[in-house]
Each structure stands twice: as structure tokens, then as C-alpha cells.
Design a binder for this molecule. Sequence first.
Ligand SMILES: Cc1cc2nc3c(=O)[nH]c(=O)nc-3n(C[C@H](O)[C@H](O)[C@H](O)COP(=O)(O)OP(=O)(O)OC[C@H]3O[C@@H](n4cnc5c(N)ncnc54)[C@H](O)[C@@H]3O)c2cc1C
Length: 377
Amino acid sequence: MSTGSSDLIIVGAGIVGLAHAFEALANGLSVTVVERDRRPVGASVRNFGHCCIGAQQGELLDIAQLSRAGWLRAGAAAGIWAKEAGALVVARSETEAAVLEELRAERGADVVQLRNAAETAEALGRTEPGDLVGGAFLPADLRVNPREAAPALARWIAEQPGARILWGTAVTGVEPGTVHTTRGPVHGDQVLVCVGHDLDYLFPEAAEEHGIQRCRLNMARVEAPAAFRTDSAVLTATSMLRYDAFTAQPSAARLRAEVSAHSPELLEIGANVMFTGLPDGTLLVGDSHHYEDTTPPFLDERVSELLLDAVAGVLGVERLRVLERWQGVYANSSRGPLLVRDLAPGVRALSVTSGVGMTLSFGLAARTFAGTLKATA
Ligand SMILES: Cc1cc2nc3c(=O)[nH]c(=O)nc-3n(C[C@H](O)[C@H](O)[C@H](O)COP(=O)(O)OP(=O)(O)OC[C@H]3O[C@@H](n4cnc5c(N)ncnc54)[C@H](O)[C@@H]3O)c2cc1C
């Protein structure tokens, strides 16, 4: 283990840690990233790669917009595929369409671009609109390939002067100026702990005080129907029940009652029925939400089938051919979307506790180095 000291030590090479390393270098700091695995395999590679900007509200919207610029800068620097493809929110009932119209009235017609049933059907590759009522295109949203983005960013960071990434090195304890690892101590002026849901292993009290739980999500990669054509992330009614921009609208309560009446099983599994395309033409589809302190290893096939059937329904096809299944886990808390905790002088923990860490990562990093990311209560 080299004993050279850095301006900043970052624990965790997920997207939150790596975005901070990227911004640290841009600010002229030397940085050491310490990661227990040999490559990123956490939440940051298991997600949809959807930088979900238009569906955020309030402060998270501000951070998400800042993050968008960071993703594009990092994409250009590190050769990361970051596509300004927007999101398409599909409406299959008048209530769903009403929520979208209300959001358009609040945000403006440039930010929420309404689509009719035929346009929505065409984007989805459906021959007939069928049950589609309309939709909305949210142009600000970005898409990245989650399997490539964090690894590519890590490779780029490791090549920069003043940066190093210590892979296969687990952090066992942190004190001001020193991070203790399974390969010996690492020294630095400041320490940023970006270990997502695993904060409870290192700092159980901080995690408990913020009420951090593990949220597990069933995901799959499927073959896209031949006619599928949109590059946008595709969201549905259950997505509208989860993101604040939609839940703040007057018709949101009616929408919840409607979904609860026609698809109670989707609410039961905490579904956010959505999908995004990978550059190879396959689709990432999901997801469900279950909250526990410890994640059980078993994937419930009924949950996967409900999600796959729901996505097939949106695409207007009988069934989807599954290529892969997996479980993702992220940090969640009902006490707030972010944990920003100063644990000791020069030691800060930062976990996104709301399932939008891909969206917020670069915005949080920009705020960190601007000195405007305040500790949460
Ligand atoms: C299925 C799924 C879908 C999602 N979809 C989206 C989406 O579309 N859009 C969006 O914005 N967000 C999405 N999210 C949320 C997003 O993926 C997370 O919020 C984000 O990836 C968290 O990043 P992170 O860097 O904090 O965590 P992680 O990617 O989990 O990284 C944490 C890293 O810390 C390392 N680590 C932990 N403990 C130690 C230790 N003691 N020593 C050294 N290293 C350690 C881990 O090995 C890991 O590499 C989704 C999440 C999941 C699971």
C-alpha cells in the first residue's frame, strides 16, 4: 500500500463516489478512491441508466439539473454513452393523461410535451394505439448505459494525474485523515464515504438515525419487440405514483385510486413499471420495491412475472423473451432523499436514500465542491 497522501479519499466506486472523484479532479484536487470490489457491481450498474430529471420536484430537481450538465461533461471526457433521449410517459387512461396535462400546465409546454395516442403508439412500436390515450415527452432526461458508465468513468479517473483507485480494498474504519483498509491505512486531508446502502456496516448509528433500509428491486433484460423504436426511457402510471413531480398534481390521488382498483397486485409489489433500451437493442425492464434491513437472496418469480406482463401490456405484445434477471439494492429512507452526515472533522458520509442516485450523482458532486451541499438533519 502506497503511503502517499491525497487531498481527498473517497470510499466506494459507485456512481456517487466516482462523480465526486471526477469533480474533485476538475477542482484540482488529488483523489484516492478505495473500493472493496474489483470493479463497480453495486446499484450503479444494476439500474435503468435513467437520469430522471423531469419527474423531480423542488430541491431534487435543482440537483438533477446540475447533474445533467455533469453527466454530459463526464460523458465527453471519459467517452461515456450519455444520450439526451428524454423520457416518454405513457398514458393509458384519462386520469393518467390528466396528471400529465397538469404537469404541463405547471412546467410549460417545452418541458412537458404532450403526445397523442398515435404518436405514443408509434414510439413504442405498436401497430395500433389500443388502450393508449396519449403521453408526455420529458426532453431533459438523459440515458446512460448503467453497465458501462461507472466502469468507464473509473477507468478514466484512474488514468488522470493525481488520481488512483484502490480496487479489492475494503475499508474497515475511518478517522480524520486516515482510512483503515484491509491492505493498511490510506491517508488524506478529507474523507468522503459513498458506500450507499452499506453505510450501516461502517457507521451503523448514522445509518440508523437516518432510518436507512435496503430497498431490493427485481429487474430483467429482455429482447425488444422488432418494431420498438424510441430511445427515450419509458415510464407508466405506476411511475407517476412514485415521482414527486407527478404525485404533486391534483389528479394524483385519483390516479392512485384508479391503479389500486385495476392493478392492486402492482401496488402490492411497489411496482414502477418502466423500461429503457441498451445500445445493443435489448431492454432493461422493471421494477419492484421491497424494504428490509437485510436483503433476502431469493428472487420471487411471481414479482418478475407481474412486471414482465405489465411491460408487455405497455408494448402491446403477448410476452417478452427474458435474457437476464437480477436483483438490485439501494439505500432508502422515509426520513429524506439524502443522507449527508459530518461524522468527524473532515469525514463526511453521503448516501442517496431515494433511488435516484444515477440522476443526482453529478449534481451532488458539483454542490459538494461548491460548498453548498449542507448536512441533512
Ligand atoms: C434496480 C435499480 C434501478 C434503479 N434505477 C435508477 C434509475 O433509473 N435512475 C436513478 O437515478 N437511480 C436509479 N437507481 C438508484 C441508483 O442506482 C443508486 O441510487 C445509485 O447507484 C447509488 O450509487 P452509490 O454510488 O451510492 O452506490 P453503489 O453503486 O452501490 O456503490 C457503493 C460502492 O461502495 C462500495 N463499498 C461499500 N462498502 C465498502 C467498504 N467498506 N469499503 C470499500 N468499498 C465499499 C461497494 O462495493 C460499491 O461499489 C436504481 C437502483 C436500482 C438498484
